[in-house]
Design a binder for this molecule. Structure first.
Ligand code: FAD
Ligand code: NAI
Length: 475
């Protein structure tokens, strides 16, 4: 087996494995190193996303949503079930199978594209003539050299000071996705993306869920109108969210976890729960990389410092995904991975950071791309807004899911679409139309004049575009 490569990628999450495949497609001899272990100690390529992130969370969101539908909404369709039960072990087993299918899929793609995979921790040893020596510490130790190195080592959950994760009582995303039973009382710190998604899963299955959030506003990065609509839906579902809290001492004992905090009014409070999920953001993974050996520059958060094109301070060393600046999203990592491979090949890889969509896979789903109304106001941009409620959409009524709306923001003078914000059914899929439109710098009039299938949820996007010009047809 060759130990000299054109490109060595450290990390096989969505940033790394996609960079490796694209580099191989471009004709390079590529190695990809990843240390993630499955339950049997074998390789599990796919990173956080595949193993303890995007994929397993969506599997559990689907199972729990099915349970909620069966218990609370099937009756509306005339479907009556007796003795509805949730078998958590089967649900977790299914999630593990879905994860494994994805691990196997990536291993297959590596073979297909002739990417050489190494299972173990990758670290810099030294700069060598025309490249870098990289050590792989796995079952055996290997030394590789690469002309170009792409760091894609991802991120890990941030713990509360003084309350390390034990994954039994105080859980990160790892433990949150692997609970063997539904806790009676579940606490979450942080009402960000993980807080809302994981809170939704376990609430649907019967847990009494309380989320403590430090900020005074709910989902501050989301368009205010959309966040307000989502909050209404979560309140109705019984997801308790307390804003503006200051979390104090967290004590884990045999009977559960006790959290001392002050509420928004400054009053001392305590919350006792059986399990606590801490979802207060993530930290870049750079400790195992041995960056000092080659003088790779890190930022204050421990992130690898890069320019807009993912170049580090070292020639031939690049970094992509969660380990660098920008949103911690799988598709952002993938885009950067592709762009870097293309730049190495002398092409003009490009990522438009203004057009990275966000999706929160709760029910209702929340999705957006581009600027929010509050950002446009802050920036003094003159805009027109159009909204269309799913309540007025035939397909949404037939689905029995009429919560929410599509909102479109367009430049007042040119009509160019500046942002699209959706809360409601299948927002995760609907947002793609907005991304395409904005990538082609479409106007709201363009969307308003495109024929959309009837009945479909996508008609709501067309109607929101019509609403920008105050001429909705169905509302
Ligand atoms: P990672 O996926 O973190 O992969 C890095 C890999 O590098 C890991 O396998 C790690 O073991 C390996 N590694 C680290 N150091 C070394 C080393 N020294 N040597 C060898 N290997 C090493 N994003 C979305 O876009 N959509 C979602 O729905 C979504 N859901 C999420 C749900 C949860 C619960 C979480 C936690 C995250 C979610 N994310 C989601 C975020 C997404 O998972 C990350 O943005 C994405 O995984 C980042 O990809 P990456 O390749 O940069 O890093
Ligand atoms: P987050 O950044 O989304 O949310 C963290 C929340 O915790 C914030 O609202 C923050 O104000 C709050 N917080 C921070 N410190 C706190 C404290 N001490 N006490 C109380 N609240 C505190 O981070 P999260 O949810 O951990 O997720 C990490 C990242 O993973 C996300 O930002 C996202 O990039 C990614 N992710 C993406 C998903 C998706 O795309 N659907 C799903 C899940 C995660």
């Amino acid at each position: 087996m060759s130990t000299s490569f054109d490109v060595i990628v450290i990390g096989a999450g969505p940033g790394g494995y996609i960079a490796a495949i694209r580099a191989a497609q471009l004709g390079f001899n590529v190695a990809c190193i990843d240390e993630w272990k499955n339950a049997a100690g074998g390789p599990a390529p796919g990173g956080t996303c595949t193993n303890v992130g995007c994929i397993p969370s969506k599997a559990l969101l689907q199972s729990s949503e099915n349970f909620e539908q069966a218990g609370k909404h099937f009756g509306e369709h005339g479907i009556h079930l007796k003795d509805l039960k949730m078998d958590v072990a089967t649900m977790i087993g299914r999630k593990d199978t879905v994860v494994k299918q994805n691990n196997d899929g990536i291993a297959y793609l590596f073979k297909k594209n002739k990417v050489t995979f190494f299972h173990g921790g990758g670290s810099f040893v030294r700069a060598v003539d025309g490249g870098y020596e990289i050590k792989v510490a796995g079952k055996t130790e290997e030394s590789l050299t690469g002309k170009q190195v792409i760091v894609a080592t991802g991120s890990s959950a941030r713990a509360l000071p003084g309350a390390p994760f034990d994954e039994q009582s105080i859980l990160s995303n790892d433990g949150a996705l692997a609970m063997g039973a539904v806790p009676k009382r579940l606490g979450l710190i942080g009402s960000g993306v993980i807080g809302l998604e994981m809170g939704s899963v376990w609430r649907r299955l019967g847990a009494e869920v309380t989320v403590l959030e430090a900020l005074p506003t709910f989902l501050g990065a989301v368009d205010e109108q959309i966040a307000k609509e989502a909050r209404k839906a979560f309140d109705k579902q019984g997801l308790k969210i307390e804003l503006g809290v200051k979390v104090g001492e967290v004590k884990a004992g045999k009977k559960g976890v006790s959290i001392a905090y002050t509420n928004a009014k400054g009053e001392a409070q305590s919350l006792d729960v059986d399990k606590l999920i801490v979802s207060i953001g993530r930290v870049p993974n750079t400790t195992g990389l041995n960056p000092e050996a080659v003088g790779l520059k890190l930022g204050e958060r421990g992130d690898v410092l890069v320019d807009d094109e993912c170049r580090t301070n070292l020639p031939g060393v690049w970094a992509v995904g969660d380990v660098v600046r920008g949103p911690m999203l799988a598709h952002k990592a993938e885009e950067e991975g592709v762009a870097v491979a293309e730049r190495i090949a002398g092409q003009h890889g490009h990522v438009d950071f203004n057009l990275v969509p966000w999706v929160i896979y709760t029910s209702p789903e929340i999705a957006w791309v581009g600027r929010t109304e509050q950002q446009l106001k802050e920036q003094g941009v003159k805009y027109k807004a159009g909204t269309f409620p799913f309540m007025a959409n035939g397909r949404a009524r037939a689905l029995g899911d009429t919560t929410g709306m599509v909102k479109m923001l367009a430049d007042a003078a040119t009509d160019e679409i500046l942002g699209v914000h959706i809360v409601g059914p299948m927002a995760s899929e609907l947002i793609a139309e907005a991304c395409v439109a904005m990538a082609f710098r479409a106007s709201s009039e363009d969307i308003a004049r495109i024929c959309h299938a009837h009945p479909s949820l996508s008609e709501s996007t067309k109607e929101a575009a019509l609403a920008v010009d105050k001429r909705t047809l169905n509302f």
